[in-house]
Design a protein around this ligand. Sequence first.
Ligand SMILES: [Zn+2]
Length: 65
Amino acid sequence: MLKARSRKTKKKLACPVCGFGRLIDASIDNVSELKAESEITDDWKPDYFQKCPQCKNQIGIRKIE
Ligand SMILES: [Zn+2]
């Protein structure tokens, strides 16, 4: 059996507040913007929310690509 696991398929997005490096997994070609819930403005619509396990902030995630 050949294990071809050399190509990365996902990456980890970091928390924009505290820098916690494993906030959420994303596809390797995914481009996202992350903002703390308190910094989200009306013209910035997040697609997802993820609570940071380290600083407990609710992080909004917007997929760009
Ligand atoms: Zn955090």
